[in-house]
Design a protein around this ligand. Structure first.
Ligand SMILES: Cc1cc2nc3c(=O)[nH]c(=O)nc-3n(C[C@H](O)[C@H](O)[C@H](O)COP(=O)(O)OP(=O)(O)OC[C@H]3O[C@@H](n4cnc5c(N)ncnc54)[C@H](O)[C@@H]3O)c2cc1C
Length: 449
């Protein structure tokens, strides 16, 4: 293969990983990033977000042999720890056999991926370079240097837009493409980050190996562990309404609200009021669009193609899976991009849409149902059935999180079928007392025939 030149717009999580995949195949990669080099400048990767990395993401990292490197900065979380309003905490394991999802800091993983990308001799990352336009006809992208305001035009054989949820590459394609489908949806909740710092000896003040959730119906707080003993807490909260960002204006209101809703967390949050008053509120968007590829030369990948809300913990995982799928197609079609691109978008679009819908549905599950005894019982029945009949029933959460061999679109369909079955099972009289009986087991076996 001739040494094809590839321009990547955006050195976030997916762009950095994609550059490694393509570099290993011999492509020459120029990766342009709007922000300064976060390894040198003291900036956060957007916010101090930490992310749950699960099997699809690990598979993406393993594909280029860097999973072990990332494991060093990842903390396994084996269970949800549900914090009730009365101060009690209940554990709900995520899977079986010590299955875990892993907490990684978005900034840390981004920086590691950049290091690993730069270890490839054919990858060059250009910082402070904002993509301002893409000329499809002559495959020329224009970048504006954010420090000097100078512009550079770069020609390449292929270009990928990996510039995230508000991708300028996507906007460029939208403006230059007839019949570009575009749908953007904001949910009515936003989020604010808060912190639980380590204890006096650097110790974790909550259980380290769990994803902590304070589900409260129309809102929730979650906390994920960081390597340095901190927990990043995220309050997902309606923008408007009786209990909302709009209704909490003063320090007194914030203090009262947190003491009422999250009584066990407040003593662990010494900077709560300053953090709440100072930290920004961010919105949560789903973006669906199509096509994802143009002229067999330009592709969208990661959030640029499919931004989703974070409630299934899958945005990054899905983006890493895009890289795996693309890599498999490069192999299959022997570098013929006129075959690769059409199959990439036709395979991945239904999966992107499916995980977007699943993520919205999981918001309701996390903030509302995880505290509901009926829901907990339903999950217990499913887990029991799965352990007896692993070939017949994989719970939706496990399909999405631990089963990269199952497509998101398949998981969505299977999950819908399962939910219909479970509605009937949960309606069995006295299900609370006979959930582990032969009768219930038989009813489930019959309904999946
Ligand atoms: C609160 C929250 C929690 C989340 N939790 C999880 C989770 O638990 N698990 C999970 O898998 N995912 C999670 N996600 C989603 C995850 O963060 C994204 O899916 C992931 O970052 C997407 O990677 P990306 O590389 O496509 O985009 P990004 O990481 O956004 O990277 C895009 C890059 O492009 C750059 N850029 C933008 N415009 C330009 C331009 N014009 N020119 C040049 N560069 C540009 C940006 O500076 C950035 O570096 C969460 C997201 C949020 C908001």
């Amino acid at each position: 293969m001739e040494n094809k030149k590839v321009t990547l717009v955006g050195a976030g999580l997916v762009g950095s990983l994609l550059s490694i995949y393509l570099a290993k195949r011999g492509y020459k990669i120029d990766l342009f990033e709007r922000r300064p080099d976060m390894r040198k400048a003291n900036i956060s990767a957007g916010r101090s977000i930490n992310l749950a990395l699960s099997d699809r993401g690990w598979k993406g990292l393993e594909g280029v042999g860097i999973a072990d490197e990332i494991k060093k900065i990842a903390i396994p979380m084996y269970a949800r720890a549900i914090h009730h309003k009365d101060g009690t905490t209940v554990h709900q394991p995520y899977g079986k056999d010590n299955q875990a999802i892993y907490s990684v800091s978005r900034a840390e993983i981004n920086m590691r991926l950049m290091d690993l990308a730069e270890q490839q001799k054919n990858v060059k990352i250009h910082f402070n370079e904002r993509c301002t336009s893409i000329n499809r006809k002559n495959m020329e992208a224009e970048f504006e240097n954010t420090e000097t305001n100078s512009t550079t035009k770069i020609k390449s054989d292929l270009l990928f837009g990996s510039d995230g949820a508000f991708a300028s590459s996507r906007l460029n394609m939208q403006l230059s493409n007839d019949r570009f489908e575009y749908n953007q949806h904001y949910i009515s909740a936003g989020y604010k980050e808060l912190i639980i710092p380590p204890g006096p000896n650097g110790e974790f003040l909550l259980e380290k190996n769990a994803l902590h959730i304070w589900p409260r119906g129309s809102f929730m707080m979650i906390a994920l562990p960081n390597m340095d003993g901190n927990f990043t807490c995220t309050l997902f909260f309606p923008f408007e309404g009786e209990k909302s960002f709009a209704s909490l204006q003063t320090r007194e209101q914030v203090q009262k609200f947190f003491e009422e809703e999250f009584p066990d967390a407040v003593p662990l949050m010494p900077t709560l009021l300053d953090d709440y008053m100072n930290n920004p509120v961010a919105s949560l968007v789903t973006v669906k669009c199509f096509p994802w590829t143009f002229d067999n030369k330009i592709g969208l990948i990661g959030d640029a193609a499919h931004a989703i809300v974070p409630f299934f913990g899958q945005g990054m995982n899905c983006g890493f899976e895009d890289c795996v799928v693309l890599n498999d197609l490069i192999e299959k079609h022997k570098e013929d991009w006129s075959e690769i691109f059409p199959e990439y978008e036709s395979l991945r679009k239904p999966d992107g849409d499916a995980i977007a819908d699943l993520a919205i549905a999981n918001f309701v599950e996390m903030r509302d149902k995880t505290a509901d005894p009926k829901f907990i019982l339903q999950k217990k029945i499913e887990a029991r059935f799965n352990s007896k009949y692993p070939d017949k029933w994989i719970p939706l959460y496990s399909m999405v999180t631990y089963s990269p061999q199952i497509r998101y679109s398949t998981a969505l369909k299977e999950g819908q079928k399962q939910e219909a079955i479970m509605q009937k099972i949960m309606a069995i009289t006295d299900i609370e007392n006979k959930w582990d009986s032969e009768e219930v087991e038989k009813a489930m076996l019959n309904s999946i025939k």
